[in-house]
Design a protein around this ligand. Sequence first.
Ligand code: EPU
Length: 424
Amino acid sequence: MDYFRINGGKRLRGTVEISGAKNAALPIMAASILCEGEVVLRNVPDLIDIRSMEKLLNKLGVSSVHEPGGTLRLKVQDEMNCHADYDLVRQMRASVCVMGPLLSKRGRSQVSLPGGCAIGDRPVNLHILGLQALGAEAELINGDILLKAKRLTGSELFLGGPFGSTVTGTANVMMAAVLAEGRTVIEAAACEPEVADLANFLNACGARITGHGSPRITIDGVKKLTGCEYTIIPDRIEAGTFIIAGAITNGEIRLRNCRLEHLLAMVDRLRLIGVNVEREGDEVVVSSTRRLEPVDITTQPYPGFPTDLQAQTMALLCLADGNSIITEKIYPDRFMHVGELSRLGAKLRKEGPTVIIQGVKRLVGAPVMASDLRASAALVLAGLVAKGETRVNRVYHIDRGYEKVERRLQALGADIERRSGEDE
Ligand code: EPU
């Protein structure tokens, strides 16, 4: 199993290019099931999750060809299979994004229920309720959700749950509704840029979607979707992670292909912490003062502070000059990194969905264990500043969402390398 060996303390300097957004690319790839022509996607990141979605699509009769520079060509060849089995779904939860497209294009979808996950409960009840509102019949068979409908019909539906809206649930209902008869209105839709990107992709294929990016999305059903060429938006979570890498090492880095307008909640908090994040032409420049101020952060659905940057920001606040509070409102149990950061000398106290962070002067390297994608990123960030050597075990988690992260950090001056070996 690969691990990272990091020697902390190097100030990062230089320019990093941000990749295409994983969480936009995955549902857009799934949406190719709906299209009658070839789909050509640009700016697709090279990640394990992207390969898993590709493998699933191949099983579902969609051919795929990679071209250098992040281009992926997808084309439906065969519409017989409608089953996403447990083996694939348990490896990657975003596999559920094929549910809506299979149902609306092929009249049937059988997708394994994803089950538990390191970041907490991840139900799909809202996806199913939304698809039922469009006329699907649902049945549970051996851990799979079987959905059937001869033709879906547009409807007005409410997609909010106890933790706000659902990102992939909104994606699923929107993908199903584009070929439904009549008008669908999704209230309490997710406003995340990745959902808006999916809507823009679907519109480029001939769909009629308006209101995306807001909590009310209107979809007028069309008879068919064509293919198109489409460029995926830059990954705001990857950008946020690199911004923290610059800040935590007291460095100065520039980001290319970064949309700061997708990161305003984070930039707002960072400025209070004492991190400067500014646009300069096409680039975003990050620099920080030596003294980090403590802040309070609550994760929320977009445009609030993203849960996917909670762990990384906690790593930064471990070194603030005072006490900070982070409250997790999307996944109240998403705190697997707390115990690992504590191994590096962080002073953290968890109380329910809240962590109180007592800033310390320094972190000290130690072996730590990655548990999920964003928690692993937080451990790498902490390792970049911890005194001495940090070994981050199980980095396959980070490979799911960050393309060649160690090489890009090396290019910024970090002392990090990938090695193979047993967990320590
Ligand atoms: N929820 C329900 N019922 C549902 C669906 C969700 O109660 O049917 C709850 C969840 O338990 C959670 C909240 O609603 O408390 C939001 O979950 P959501 O459905 O929005 O999450 P998701 O679509 O499964 C996506 C991202 C996650 C990201 C979340 C929240 C993708 C492929 N995944 O997941 O990304 O954390 O939105 O922003 O888009 C990651 O990239 O590391 C990652 C986990």
